[in-house]
Design a protein around this ligand. Sequence first.
Ligand code: FES
Length: 160
Amino acid sequence: MNPDGIDKILAKYEYKDSSLIAILQDVQEIENYLSEENLEYISENLPIPLTRIYRIVTFYNAFSLTPRGKYTINVCLGTACHVRGAARVLDGIRIDLGIDVGGMTADGLFSLETVNCLGACAMGPIVVIGSEYHGQMTPAKVESVLKKYRKTLRKKDEKH
Ligand code: FES
């Protein structure tokens, strides 16, 4: 993001250091992650020590210091999901997307992560794509869900 974009966000929060988390959320929403360059800019302009910003960013799971795709896919590998075949679902996604856990597809559409229990064990195996929960997943089901996401995005691109 260029400095103008960050300045707009800082101005929205009146350059208040008490709004740091909200500022970081807004910046991340645009780029899907927080780059070192952007964090340095925020640090200089609030001003807040960079070490404090990094402490916050690394404390909250919602923040990412590495580039993430438009949709983060979280595969639950908790016990209940695991016994219902979560590992096979994860393998299916890895093959389908051609990336490993922690990776991002070349088109910037998907990132792949794993989690340990999302608190909805009865629906397992669960895969969360963006903010949508998909329960009772199988490798075949997840493949068709991913297809739908790709199709929806293609349609949006065609409109622009
Ligand atoms: S183990 Fe997957 S939701 Fe609980």
